[in-house]
Design a binder for this molecule. Structure first.
Ligand code: F0G
Length: 421
């Protein structure tokens, strides 16, 4: 199986171009990477980008910073860049102590140019769009993908069309898509129906699809995993035991797993050194947790989903067939958390100076829960991924934070109000 952690590096088929090709994850059928526009195999299964020569960690040394440092692990040497990646791996000492793990670092993807990890996928995806010669890019989105697509599409001089679930996208994200000149369609349905429609448009040749169903998006997102491993090793001389991340479409889970598989192939990682991939969903939108708990190969679609973490308000995670083997083969797990636990984790992070949107805080909420259930041990080295910036969802921040206090216009009133002597 091509998704096995220990599968050897494949031999390039005849369709490969410069050692790169597309492969069906179910049947192993191969396709040329840029001859035609293709998102899935002929049988409708997910595709992966394959390389004849996956790079070792040493190959990235001296290659700059950010996503394109990892160009040897990507299908191109450079992309449409703002630039992206090279995000901080924050310490959070009070939170570490409170949760009770050996090491806790927060990889803050909210520090990308448009404020989420989606930029890593778009720098590669929009480059591929240029290669294919398309001019109209589109996505369905809970918000962040639309902001990134709009910005990178604008940068690349292309038109962008985004489909959003009406009334369920945080204000900061719509503002970004609007100002970066996307055409915004608000659909009376949830994210999953928006994605169904965009897939139809893409099949009819109306638009080039840049959701994470597009295998090239995940190539860019692999670099989150590569950065974490390099940064952690530089700081501690070892790799983390576990990476905890919020899950919506399971694109990041699939992408990190792919990064690690390729490093195993090149001999940079032993299979037992691969961090345990641990996914966190909101209780009201947890089909991946259900699939992991039941040992399923794929998720069952949830038609009704609800959570305050609107970014992960998703009932049909398209990348589940890639992500579920990743969670299992790294001995990871998946857990659901309540909206109240998410809000509380958002406050905890904020009190360490790390401002994230609700979906991002799910990772920390999940870690806390798994630690108190004894699934995560006290001696573990853990990295939590925070996927989007606090300012993406200002309304959620107001609700979770302190109330502004009105006060009269004088020093005396202010002193009086704050209870000064
Ligand atoms: N966190 C944030 C802030 C997100 O925006 C998303 C996905 C996820 C986590 C989930 O990541 O899909 O790789 O499991 N947002 C998409 C969007 C769906 O449209 O912006 P995943």
């Amino acid at each position: 199986m091509s998704l096995d952690l220990t599968a050897p590096a494949p031999d390039a088929p005849d369709v490969a171009e410069d050692g790169v090709w597309l492969e069906c994850i179910e049947t192993g059928e191969t396709y040329a990477p840029f001859d035609e526009i293709r998102y899935t195999s002929d049988g409708g299964h997910l595709l992966e980008v394959k390389y004849a020569d996956p790079p070792a960690l040493e190959d990235f040394e001296g290659q700059g910073r950010g996503v394109w440092r990892y160009r040897d692990a990507l299908p191109f040497e450079e992309g449409v860049s703002l630039p992206e990646g090279d995000t901080p791996l924050h310490e959070a000492p009070r939170l570490r102590e409170d949760i009770g793990v050996n090491t806790l670092r927060i990889k803050h993807e909210g520090m990308n140019p448009t404020g989420s990890f989606k930029d890593r996928g778009m720098t590669v995806g929009v480059r591929v769009a240029k290669e294919l010669g398309v001019d109209r890019l589109a996505c369905a989105s809970t918000g962040n993908t639309s902001a990134a697509l709009a910005a990178y599409g604008a940068r690349g001089g292309m038109q962008t069309l985004v489909l959003l679930p009406s009334g369920k996208v945080a204000a900061g994200k719509i503002a970004q898509a609007a100002l970066h000149d996307a055409r915004i369609l608000e659909v009376d349905g949830n994210f999953d129906s928006c994605l169904d429609i965009v897939q139809d448009l893409a099949e009819r040749g109306e638009v080039y699809l840049l959701n994470s169903l597009n295998p090239f998006r995940l190539e860019g997102q692999k670099t989150i995993g590569l950065e974490i491993l390099e940064e952690f090793r530089d700081d501690y001389g070892r790799f983390p035991d576990r990476i905890v991340l919020p899950v919506g479409n399971a694109g990041n889970t699939a992408a990190l797993y792919k990064a690690f598989r390729e490093l195993v192939q090149s001999g940079s990682l032993d299979p037992e050194e691969v961090p345990k991939l641990t996914g966190v969903q909101a209780e009201g939108a947890a089909p991946m947790v259900e699939a992991v708990e039941n040992g399923w190969e794929d998720t069952e679609r949830w038609d009704e989903v609800e959570t305050r973490a609107t970014a992960i308000r998703i009932g049909n995670p398209v990348n589940a067939p890639k992500a579920l083997p990743g969670i299992r083969q790294t001995n990871g797990t998946a857990v659901a958390v309540s909206d109240a636990e998410i809000t509380s984790a958002q406050r905890d992070l904020a009190r360490e100076g790390i401002g994230v949107e609700p979906a991002s805080a799910a990772s920390v909420a999940g870690l806390r829960k798994l630690r108190s259930d004894g699934v995560v041990d006290a001696d573990e080295d853990v990295v939590c991924l925070t996927t989007g910036h606090l300012l993406k969802d200002p309304d959620a921040a107001f609700e979770a934070g302190n109330e502004p206090e009105p006060v009269a216009n004088s020093t005396e009133s202010v002193l009086d109000h704050i209870g000064a002597e």
